[in-house]
Design a protein around this ligand. Structure first.
Ligand SMILES: [Zn+2]
Length: 177
């Protein structure tokens, strides 16, 4: 990386430390030519594997688009949504994987969305998990009532809904593409 002061193409690392919960690393660098110091932050690349098999870089904006739709008319402001997208990215980065299935992005959205607004959560879950009938909603609402919101719906989801994986992938593809 070029020195931002003199454009020299070499620099020496004088300090490295993990930041953002260990998902990134910040380096203090010194330019051997002009002696100026500057910082860089290194973030591993996070790719999303789409259903087609193609990959694309993770985008907070795409998370926002999907969640914003589910939150229409709800008492949720843009700051809440930005924070949610940030939490989703942190959750995905903490898995330590460089490539993540689009479906897992949808999963990572469910838990924080439920904490934010249960109606928006139901809307999102109905698309993402392909709710087909009133019974699906009733079942989900019963679950929402039974489980305190600190319980991640992700765990219960994988237990209850294994037969629905193919459909879920379909739905999450729509949300993430
Ligand atoms: Zn320099």
């Amino acid at each position: 990386m070029n020195c931002p002061f003199c454009r020299n193409d070499d620099s020496r690392v004088v300090d490295s430390r993990p930041v953002e919960d260990g998902t990134a690393i910040r380096r203090r660098r010194e330019c051997p030519q002009c002696g100026q110091r500057f910082s860089t932050q290194e973030l591993s690349l996070l790719n999303i594997i789409k259903r087609s098999g193609a990959t694309e870089p993770f985008s907070r904006e795409k998370v926002l688009v999907g969640v914003r739709k589910a939150c229409q008319g709800r008492p949720v402001n843009e700051d809440d949504l930005v924070l949610l997208a940030q939490r989703v990215e942190e959750t995905l980065r903490r898995t330590g994987q460089a490539e993540i299935e689009a479906q897992e992005v949808g999963m990572a959205i469910l838990a924080p969305l439920r904490e934010l607004d249960e109606v928006a959560y139901l809307r999102y879950a109905s698309v993402y998990r392909n709710f087909a009938s009133l019974e699906d909603f009733e079942g989900e609402i019963a679950l929402l009532r039974a489980l305190p919101s600190s319980n991640s719906p992700i765990a219960s989801d994988s237990q209850r809904n294994t037969s629905n994986t193919e459909q879920s992938t379909n739905a999450s593809q729509k949300i993430n593409s």
